[in-house]
Design a protein around this ligand. Sequence first.
Ligand code: PAP
Length: 344
Amino acid sequence: MSISAFNVRSLSFITKCIDEDEHEKTNMALIFNKYNDRIATLPKEKGWITENLYMYQGFWHQSKRRISVETVMAVHDTFKARPTDIYLATLPKSGTTWLKALVFAIVNRNRYKHNSFSTHPLLNSNPHNCLPFIETEVFRNTPTYENDPHSPRLFATHIPYTSLPRSILDSGCRMVYLCRNPKDVFVSMFHFANKLRDKSRGSMRFVEAFELFSKGVMPTGPYWDHVKSYHNVSLEHPTKILFLSYDDMKIDTATHVKRLSMFLGYPFTEAEETDGAVQEIVRLCSFENLSKVNKHGNLREGIPNDAFFREGTVGDWSNHLTSEMSEILDQITEEKFHGLHISF
Ligand code: PAP
């Protein structure tokens, strides 16, 4: 390709992105405005990142954000699911970024297998750029998959199962739910919130965050209700919802990559396994690799890429929680998950 042809193409790509950004800003303003009156009637609580959280259909949501109570409402009103879609559902800080990377890498492995993945998007881009949230899809003029012939469409969401739009529930599509030890979710959320909070609000105190979390107040929390909402349905429909835990996935990632690939309908062939394709995906999506790739830059919404990569371990809570705090969370978890087979 000549230099001038490259310039024309890259210029038209940049113009398209700027156009889409402008459209998104306008659409965001329209959506926020549309639901303003409804939001004003909702119960509210103190927020972690934003000033307040709003209770909608039993769960706490941020407002006037890309992932917010307004975008949940807009998803209900406008989102059209397809039976071939795949949805990844998580409570924030449960391993969303990791799961997005793994599923994107598994489903698209044949597109990038040449030269050992050397042109793979995950080698230079945040997993959040590769696999969109349905909550942010409602802002777009050009839907992410409009001109993409590849099936299935891959989406993520933080919406609790009981608040998913009918379109998804009726579509019969497959979902993967990833949960994580509540104590690690809490500590991860605490650090994330303090990175993103408006400086004028000052840092959130650990004790204050703990009290909110224990009361169930966190974005798309209560933690326990979110997990239960998917867990119960996964028991009834195990072929439709695969319920995984971050903690187990850390212990044996390769086995989980194979489980995911079978569930999603992209099983590894014997030849692939012999060639080490599973291990290659584990490595590509590892904390070590992704955190290196995402040291700099921001997502389109301005969140620094590195905010999604902190420790990436199981049990970091023990470096932060007092034994009394740990006991309180254990007790709540035992009560809330009583009779369910969820353990960490
Ligand atoms: P999100 O819901 O806002 O997208 P999410 O990706 O669920 O966030 O959570 C980030 C957590 O996943 C961080 O945990 P920590 O604060 O306890 O460290 C982050 O480090 C961890 N994480 C990100 N990528 C990976 C990965 N590839 N492997 C394991 N953990 C990861």
